[in-house]
Design a protein around this ligand. Sequence first.
Ligand code: 5AD
Ligand code: SF4
Length: 501
Amino acid sequence: MKKDFQLPVKKPALIDLGRIDEVLEGIDLSQDPPEDEHLRQYYFIKKTRMLADSLKADRGRDLTFHVNTFGCQMNAKDSEKLSGVLKASGFTETEEEDADFVLFNTCTVRDNADQRVFGRLGRISHFKKANRDMKIGICGCMMQEASNVEKIKKSYPFVDLIFGTHNIYRFAEYLFQVMSEDRKVIQIWDKTDQVVEDLPSDRKFSFKAGVNISFGCNNFCTYCIVPYVRGRERSRDAREILQECERLVKDGVSEIMLLGQNVNSYGHDLEDGITFPELLEEAAHIEGLKRLRFMTPHPKDFSEELIQVIKRNPNVTRHIHLPLQSGSTRIIKKMNRHYTKDQYIALVRHIREEIPDAAITTDIIVGFPGETPEDVDDTIDVIRRAQFDNAFTFIYSIRRGTPAAGWEQVPEEEKKTQFGRVLKEVQESARRQSEKLQGKTMTGLVEEVNTQTQGYVTARLSNNMIVHVPGDASMIGSFYPIHLEECRGFYYFGTVCGDRC
Ligand code: 5AD
Ligand code: SF4
């Protein structure tokens, strides 16, 4: 009879790649793969690691990998997990795209994201001609669309592995199949009810991290592909979220970003679940957590309770990203966003009264089907009245399968003209807001060495503003008081004016 499969810890509370050897030691490869999803993936990590060891010995060199990430913070977070599995399986990361294993983690929110992926895929095909053992994988949102998978099978036949968003936690298993068998692996699921989180993760930054609180979206904004490629909203258990945050803080993380497609509807799908404001409050009280961010809230769910939680917890950052999408009530309705122009303006005013030092940023789409210049006038009116501190402005992109794709479209030229008007307004607003900070001293977390200006590092303020200051790599991960000297639109040049704080 087979022994019960056991690990030192039942659900490896991993995250930390440093503990991987200890976890893998408890895995017996003489058994069949376990059914528990976590254990199963560790089983395949161990198998790939053995295979990688023999390949390294044969080739007399390391096995390298490169993960190319497109899209949002959720994708960046997923890529940390993909890299974690690759490192745990015996691969070494490289900046170059001619690695032994190259993985594209894709985004499909707008068409230009798709085109960038196809462009890069085309370019790496010649690396494969030089290295016949090279393996190429592609995953993420784009793969949830059958037409993209077909296109890759037909036009990019050198791709070895294709998988989607719902089964990303199975990556270790697919990696083993691709490395051990000379065949393509294509695995797309159309949904999952599992939340499998505790797998190895290779965090890009030691001092800041994202933590998933929910996956998917139930809002079905009529332009948006996300609910179709990421599925219905699934909230993670609050205890697991808070435990992950605590572990990260113990591990030296000072800034956490809670991540979800629509964070403030968190918990609606859980029986006895807590609400987002309650979760935020709990997380803000974690000892040693200096900064807590969240992305992305929806204006329709932005409650008074949430505003008060932000207000009374100074470590919740003074930055609220509040996607407007359009300032025209008529278009907002067609977008299925459930607020009016006036309600949005009132919400921004109220946030500014309650939390005057909070920066408010937004997303705007120009050229939504049926949008007239008068609708764009409304958007511009909201930009002026909300005084956005920054904004991402997008030209509407048709996403097949969404309701808006079937509606009468705005001509491309017209979209560009209107986009120019909005962009100008947004830039002026960002500059006006940024200039208000001139001469102030604010606390910045140094994130990286500045690659553009030698001898400088780049810090981020609580309000998400970027400041470049003279400094070196030893400052990365620390907080400093920074004097804001020269406004350059939506960022600053400044100087450190005190000790680490
Ligand atoms: N076209 C243009 N922009 C879009 N976004 C989402 N879907 C589309 C689309 N089809 C933008 C929204 C969203 C941001 C992440 O991407 O502004 O807030
Ligand atoms: Fe897309 Fe709307 Fe959901 Fe955001 S809230 S992911 S825009 S459907």
